[in-house]
Design a binder for this molecule. Structure first.
Ligand SMILES: C[S@@+](CC[C@H](N)C(=O)[O-])C[C@H]1O[C@@H](n2cnc3c(N)ncnc32)[C@H](O)[C@@H]1O
Length: 237
């Protein structure tokens, strides 16, 4: 199945007004010629079809669907898609060079259980997810926005977590990791307060073997940061 464009939805005027605060800053990163070529040549192969109302419909094979939000250069996504071939994956990321590298990696490995959307995950889920349609959401090392005045930019907010509870099927999983202890505490406070999620005996202080190492995890560990993994199950059956 080939998609039209790797760029996700363009927010309408109302959406722009409602959501001025973004969890990322679009920095005009320098694209290498290889990343540029990957975006142009491989982008359509891994994009969602234009009329895709439900992320799961981007695949012909109906198997569990995992969504990784903020997948960066795709190090973890590629490893997970390779290690869990029985699942479909959607990676959502706004950073162009990262998406370019991800596409290169997917093509090198010949993976076809992955689709990629280059847009704000909040908009992508609002447009392309239906209630209970996602089996797992994985969010690894989201930007910690350490300054107090920037906390409102953190991706993990009560409203967004409420949306995740809507889109993840009962019994499905939400897995997060961070190397920033204050963000870990924030996540625990926000997600514990969402009755749609049940915390599974965490935060873990050791990286679970099923989570591949990511670029930002390596950076955090080099600075001596402790890594925490948080795992929640969507309540209900
Ligand atoms: C600190 S990086 C971590 C990247 C990767 N997960 C890792 O561990 O190496 C956070 C990433 O999330 C992306 N991001 C932040 N908010 C996002 C959003 N609302 N939608 C999509 N991507 C987002 C950023 O562009 C950035 O690449």
């Amino acid at each position: 199945m080939s998609g039209e464009s790797i760029d996700g939805p363009t927010p309408g005027r109302d959406e722009k007004r409602l959501r001025r605060i973004r969890s990322f800053v679009r920095r005009p990163g320098r694209l290498t010629p290889a990343q540029k070529a990957a975006l142009e040549e491989l982008g359509p192969r891994y994009a969602l079809p234009d009329d895709c109302r439900n992320l799961a419909d981007a695949f012909e094979r109906k198997v569990p669907l995992v969504v990784e939000i903020g997948c960066g250069n795709g190090q973890a996504l590629i490893a997970m898609a390779e290690r869990e071939p029985e699942k479909n994956f959607v990676g959502i990321e706004v950073h162009e060079p990262g998406v370019g590298r991800l596409l290169q990696g997917l093509a090198e490995k010949g993976l076809d259980n992955v689709r990629v959307v280059m847009a704000d995950a909040v908009d992508v889920l609002a447009r392309h997810a239906t209630p209970g349609s996602i089996d797992e959401v994985r969010i690894y090392f989201p930007d910690p926005w350490p300054k107090k005045r920037h906390h409102k930019r953190r991706l993990i907010q009560p409203e967004f977590v409420g949306q995740l509870a809507l889109y993840i099927r009962p019994g499905g999983l939400l897995h997060l990791a961070t190397d920033w202890q204050p963000y870990c505490e924030w996540m625990l406070e926000v997600i514990d307060a969402e009755e749609g999620f049940v915390r599974l005996d965490h935060p873990l202080t050791e990286r679970p073997e099923w989570r591949p190492r990511t670029h930002f995890e390596t950076r955090g560990a080099r600075k001596g940061h402790a890594i925490a993994d948080l795992l929640y199950r969507r309540a209900g059956r």
